[in-house]
Write a protein that binds this ligand. Structure first.
Ligand code: ZN
Length: 69
């Protein structure tokens, strides 16, 4: 399940679609020691940065991605 808070949704919508999919499929998982896709994430704003916190597509470990504002 994917959740956005309203501010994070606004910020995310400003990102072009091709960049969005690159961001979501280029998250580092320390357990896989590889670049993976983030799934089941929750998006919030951390000051001016967009924070995605979710799970690794391969091993379900917690992963996160910060998109700098
Ligand atoms: Zn993983």
């Amino acid at each position: 399940m994917i959740k956005f808070d309203p501010k994070a949704m606004n910020r995310f919508n400003q990102i072009p679609d091709d960049v969005k999919s690159k961001l979501l499929s280029n998250v580092y998982c320390s357990k896989c020691a590889d670049v993976v896709k983030i799934v089941d994430f929750e998006a919030t704003m951390d000051h001016d940065d967009l924070m995605l916190q979710g799970k690794c597509d391969k091993c379900s470990a917690n992963v996160s991605r910060l998109i700098e504002g």
